[in-house]
Design a protein around this ligand. Sequence first.
Ligand code: MN
Length: 195
Amino acid sequence: MNDRLQRYRDKRTGRSGEPGGAKARGSRSGKPRFVIQKHAARRLHYDFRLEVDGTLRSWAVPKGPSTDPREKRLAIEVEDHPLDYADFEGRIGRGNYGAGTVIVWDRGTYENLDDERDMAASIDAGHVKFRLEGEKLRGGWTLQRTGGGEKPQWLLIKRRDEDADARRNPESTQPESVKSGRTIEEVAAETEGGE
Ligand code: MN
């Protein structure tokens, strides 16, 4: 069990249906996975997660990713989540850590674009380059750290390549889950009263 997950387990109470972080499993292709979960908590945000060394390194992106390279999106580094959390969609009950509704907004695999450093070293260094192969997001992306502290601030930026598109706005034109086809509003309505 990865010690980096301890903060996640410390925060959750274990009664709200989301994974507890007991098991770890990689993608079928052998490539590391990424997932972006849209999370209607106190504030709506997107949780951007990269599989690194058996855990999901995680950033909360208030506005979600942009396919426009000129749009630098704030990404706040948050605690790791267990790999089995990547498929979680549903409601985290009131009073629990992260209470609110979650959908799997995009998922797939990624490739480290840094020839010199592995992903953990790149994150430590505050500069991460990777290529996403998701259902909605593809191509090169950069995460650049801009500030430290307990919850370091980063910028998530689309790299300039054939997958860059200033007019696509996938967060508004493709709001639905890639797991269930449902919007976060539909999932919230279906799970209402299920606490
Ligand atoms: Mn979240």
